[in-house]
Structures are given as structure tokens and as C-alpha cells.
Ligand binder design. Structure first.
Ligand code: GLV
Length: 330
């Protein structure tokens, strides 16, 4: 029986399902992220379940020659060197689609909390500072009717745009490497603009681009300087897409009104300057975290691993493989 390693705390039911096919080693309550420990615990394992961490790179693959499948329950897979895996015949899968709507709900909620200053006002109330009604008490920015800017118009970006356009009457502008199909643009009432126009025109900017070296610090001091002083920025993409130090400074100096951040450079550490500015809503990378969706993501990772290692009804055909060619016959 193949042995596998589950590197993250996972639903008991999903671990049980994996045990029907494999000898399963789990990590307990603490995810395995340190490269040395990961390489040691992967010895003799044919597969592993991961999420947005740890790093799976050529060095790790070299140290673990028996590894045949790396299955992630995250949609973003910037922690996995897919070409290096392909070169060694290691199947990689991620977990797209099952989290799209849940993540879009959260992106929209975070944008609304940011625009309407929900965290900041709750802290004020909890601190016993609420002594009177005032016309300007935590007066924020409207969401309905404001211009929604979406940077990265993939599945999640489109789901956010749909919420804004259809639910809140927001004109939608977006920037993406490739333009959407005309029919989808028409359905969303979305208009493609170049990146500087997106930054200049958006009242609420939501960032949903995958992380790659090309999207590193896509938003830094220069880009923030183009935004309206009344604008908000929401990042549910990945840490590193936004330069957190530059953002903290822009928030401190009120060069933009507020930000909502679910992802951070170097998370779970958070840039200390972000912790000192009041006009930012901070959440610990939970955009896809409804119980139902997290379970669907875990089940999809398990389906992929079972199939990748030649088991179950989809043996040899993992449903969301990123490099299915490694399993192609011949
Ligand atoms: C979460 O960030 C994911 O990529 O699924």
C-alpha cells in the first residue's frame, strides 16, 4: 500500500477516506512547513496533501525521489514549482472552482467592511469610547453605485464583479492580461481599462491576481499614488502582490482612505506598520473559509491524490491536475 503524508491539519472524514487507499501519516495540529522536516517525513511517501504552504521546489523533489503526487487544497499554487514537478514526473493538482463563490462573498464582505469602517468602529465601541451619536461618526464611503475596480478578472474576479454589478449597481472596470469575452463583459457591464486608469478611476479596488514573480509588488507606492484619496483597496489574492510597507505608509498618510487585507507578505507574520494604522481591516487568510467550501476543497485534494496514485473510480485521471501530461500513457 502506498504511503502518503498529510502536511496540514485536515477534516477527520477526509483523512479516513484517504486511509481506505493509503497508509496515511498526518501532521497533527501543526502544519509541516520547515523544508528539513518536510523532506524527512516524505521519505518513503508516494504522495502528499498540502495547501498554500509549504514550498515544493526542485530541492525538495530531489530529496524525495519516491514522491509521485502533490495535491493541494488551495487554488493558488505559487508555492509549488510545477515545471520542476513535471520534469520529475510528479503530478500536481490544485482546488479551483469549488471555492469561487465563497471567496467572492468574502472579498465583497471585506470590501464593504473596509468602505464602511466596520472593524475600526467595533474597536471604538468595545473600548467604551462611544458616548454620543454624531453625524460624522465613522462616516465611510458608499459601496452601492460606486465604481468597482477589479485587478485580475479570473473566476473569482468575475464572481466579485457580478456581485457589484447586479447586487449593488456598481459600474465595473477591470484590468487583466487578457480581456474577457464580449458576452461576459456585457453580462457584468464590465469595461477593460489599462492599469493606471483602473487605479485612477476605482472607488473600491479589489485585487484577485495570482502571485508570480510578474505580479510581485504589482501595487506599490507609485500605484497607490494614482488612487483617489477616498478610495479603498482590498487584497484577497496573495501576499507579495501588494507592497505591504508602501500600503501601510499610504494608509498612515491617508493617501488612500482604507484597506482590507486577507493576505500578507511573509504571513502568518504581518508587517508591524499595518498593525498600527486604524484604517485597515485585517483577516487571517480566510477568504475561502466556509466549512462547506473548506470541506469541498479538502475532498477535491483527496480525489486528486487517490486518482493520481491509481486508486478509486477516477484512477489515472485526477480531476483538477495542473500537469496531467505526467500520467499520459507512453
Ligand atoms: C487560498 O488562498 C487558495 O489559494 O486557495
Amino acid at each position: 500500500m502506498d504511503k502518503i503524508l498529510v502536511t496540514i491539519p485536515l477534516f477527520d472524514e477526509v483523512v479516513e477516506r484517504l486511509r481506505q487507499h493509503f497508509e496515511v501519516e498526518t501532521c497533527g495540529e501543526q502544519a509541516i512547513t520547515a523544508p528539513g522536516e518536510l523532506a524527512a517525513r516524505l521519505q518513503g511517501k508516494a504522495g502528499m496533501v498540502v495547501a498554500g504552504t509549504p514550498q515544493v521546489d526542485a530541492l525538495l523533489l530531489q530529496a524525495c525521489p519516491g514522491l509521485r503526487a502533490v495535491c493541494s487544497m488551495a487554488v493558488g499554487y505559487n508555492n509549488i514549482d510545477v515545471p520542476a514537478c513535471t520534469a520529475r514526473g510528479v503530478l500536481v493538482s490544485n482546488a479551483p472552482d469549488v471555492l469561487t463563490e465563497t471567496t467572492a462573498d468574502f472579498g465583497f464582505a471585506l470590501m464593504m467592511a473596509t468602505a464602511r469602517r466596520i472593524s475600526e468602529s467595533e474597536h471604538f465601541l468595545r473600548a467604551g469610547q462611544w458616548t454620543q451619536w454624531r453625524y460624522d461618526l465613522f462616516a465611510g464611503a458608499d459601496v452601492h453605485g460606486a465604481t468597482l475596480g477589479v485587478l485580475g478578472m479570473g473566476r473569482i474576479g468575475q464572481a466579485i464583479a457580478r456581485r457589484g454589478a447586479l447586487g449593488f449597481g456598481m459600474p465595473v472596470i477591470y484590468h487583466n492580461r487578457s480581456r474577457l469575452d464580449g458576452a461576459i463583459e456585457a453580462e457584468l457591464g464590465a469595461r477593460w481599462v489599462d492599469k493606471p486608469s483602473l487605479l485612477r478611476e476605482a472607488d473600491h479596488l479589489v485585487i484577485v491576481v495570482p502571485y508570480s514573480p510578474a505580479s510581485h509588488h504589482l501595487i506599490g507606492a507609485e500605484e497607490l499614488a494614482l488612487m483617489k484619496p477616498s478610495a479603498t483597496l482590498t487584497n484577497i489574492a496573495r501576499g507579495g502582490v501588494v507592497d505591504d510597507a508602501a500600503l501601510a505608509e499610504a494608509l498612515r498618510a491617508r493617501r488612500i482612505a482604507a484597506a482590507g487585507l486577507d493576505v500578507f507578505e511573509g504571513e502568518p507574520s504581518v508587517h508591524p506598520a499595518l498593525l498600527t494604522v486604524p484604517n485597515v481591516v485585517l483577516t487571517p487568510h480566510i477568504a475561502s473559509a466556509s466549512l462547506r467550501t473548506r470541506r469541498a476543497m479538502a475532498d477535491l485534494a483527496a480525489d486528486n491524490l487517490i486518482a493520481a496514485l491509481g486508486r478509486g473510480p477516477q484512477a489515472g485521471r485526477p480531476p483538477t491536475a495542473l500537469n496531467p501530461e505526467v500520467l499520459a500513457p507512453g
